[in-house]
Design a protein around this ligand. Sequence first.
Ligand code: PMP
Ligand code: GLU
Length: 408
Amino acid sequence: MILSKRSLFLETSPTVAITSKAKLLKAQGKDVISFGAGEPDFDTPDFVKEAAIKAIKEGFTKYTPPAGIPELREALAEKLKKENKLDYQKDEVVVTDGAKYALFTLFLSILEEGEGVIVLSPYWVSYTEQIKFAQGSVLIMDTTEDNFLPNEEKIKEVSRLVFERKPLPNYIKLIGHYPKRIKAIIINTPNNPTGAVYPKKVLEKVAEVCLKENIFIVSDECYEKLVYEGEHISIGSLDKDVLDITFTINAFSKAYSMTGWRVGYIASKIKEVNEAITKIISQSTSNVCSIAQKAAVAALKGPQDFLNKWKQAFIERRNYMCEFFDSLNIPYVKPQGAFYLFVDFNKVISKKGYKSDMEFAKALLEEKLVALVPGSAFGAPGYARLSYATSLENIKEGLKRIREFIFS
Ligand code: PMP
Ligand code: GLU
């Protein structure tokens, strides 16, 4: 056997795979409309690009400290204080290769074999795979019956059952061993794939249970700047005790359309965890690209008004898509943030005789050249995620093709 079990069990990211496939078909001259994109279709702002060019010209092209350049860590601590009401010092922020690597190094740092992490479903595709990779146990907790929001009673119940070594309830799907303990829960608001923005009351209840049950909170806030209704609240801002058990994760990818630059970060009050993550970085990637770090400093310090334009475009597209699915009587989760519409295609799939959402998505791509991400990738079979990070013109054409496909 050449491969390790660890790599055999790891699945390729379906969101990355579908987006890449759509890009490839397009490059081959095929008229593909992609609703797969997990990245804003806008360009990185010019002032950010210019900072990167300046960094190159000034020779800022060498290794940096593994946890990030002090200038960036300081700017991030300031941002977190000012915008998120999170009281972190600069040495409590570690710069990572995107939010993805922040999560990856966190799980590697805190999970012992068989320690459990609650992942609320539908979930972003990499959570489950990363936890598995770190040998943790994944407890997938379905939220479809709870309006796609975390249910604190269920979190408490699961924590108690695990403590008493009793069987897990039906709303949990376990990947891996029966957990030794519940170590953490991931909270992702605004949510990918549903677009839900968790209200303060919900966050307060989750935080209260986590404090009582000794569960760490992994707060993925990648889409914080893309909120159309409601308000983004960082769970760690609720109070000091909550901050102490929270790992705050964020990135420049969505807020500044910098997906390819690979700059993210994790902030935590727990020194040992920050040190462990830094150690892993020092032995794996060494540091985030020096040039990208300088660009990130500029992004934080520069004008932020471009975001209003982006948000207006996203709202217009979201509304158009919602009206379209309303007109067909196809249910969906109305997104309050991020740039995804999570559509319930269950009835369509069975009416058309497909065995699964995967088959449905495959046929849609083959017959109509429309790409979307099947819900089973997010733990919600029968649904599909449509990204509206593409022009209104593409959206109109793509939806027209979906209508033809459904009624053909
Ligand atoms: N968390 C969520 C919820 C995401 O959708 C993504 C994908 N952008 C990430 C984390 C990873 O982001 P990054 O590209 O910064 O690694
Ligand atoms: N996070 C984005 C998505 O959900 C980008 C792709 C990825 O990293 O998964 O599509």
